[in-house]
Design a protein around this ligand. Structure first.
Ligand code: SF4
Length: 181
């Protein structure tokens, strides 16, 4: 069993502990291993090795869990769009992010949900129209204004709910970095 003091001593000395390819103990940099530290390492070698193997096995489990989750999602998506009308994991993630974006811009939850649902269909159909609510130039949540009003040929301030929620092609449109495709 390794003591906390031994680990702390080695870390404080600036030593990095790792497993070598053969599963043995590797301590670096060698230039920092004083005779005293060499004794600490030797006295705690078994504990240090056990600790490193334990950490390595935890890392492997985390990666395996990620891989399993990704595979499970891929399997689930086999039964979703475009193979059926059910939403894929990616579509659900995008919908949830859009809903947050729209409510942040002042839409009610109901209106935001309706609009986010509508955009799922838009994306599936390859419709190139966009909403002001997806545009970086739309500012404010209630007294909404367009920062590109001249170029876009719209009122500078107080853009109506109907306008910002309508699919359109606007020469001033610039997509927000996320979550809009
Ligand atoms: S630039 Fe166009 S799409 Fe963007 S907020 Fe202004 S009017 Fe809407």
């Amino acid at each position: 069993m390794i003591t906390c003091n031994a680990l702390a001593t080695l870390h404080e000395a600036g030593l990095v502990l790792a497993l070598n390819p053969a599963g043995g103990l590797a301590v670096s940099p060698a230039s920092r291993i004083t005779p005293e530290l060499r004794i600490v390492i030797k006295a705690n070698r078994d504990g240090l090795l056990a600790q490193l193997h334990h950490e390595a096995s935890n890392d492997a489990n985390v990666h395996e869990d990620d891989a399993i989750a990704a595979q499970r999602q891929t399997d689930l998506d086999r039964y979703c769009w475009p193979h059926s009308g059910a939403m894929s994991g990616q579509e659900i993630d995008t919908l949830v992010a859009r809903l947050a974006q729209f409510t942040n811009k002042g839409l009610s939850l109901d209106d935001g949900e309706r609009l986010a649902d509508k955009l799922v269909i838009r994306d599936r159909e390859g419709d190139d129209r966009r909403l002001c609510l997806e545009c970086v130039h739309l500012q404010g949540a209630h007294r909404r204004r367009c920062a590109k009003a001249l170029q876009a040929d719209v009122a500078h301030e107080q853009l109506a709910n109907e306008l910002v929620s309508t699919l359109q092609r606007c020469c001033g449109f610039q997509a927000t970095p996320a979550p809009c495709p």
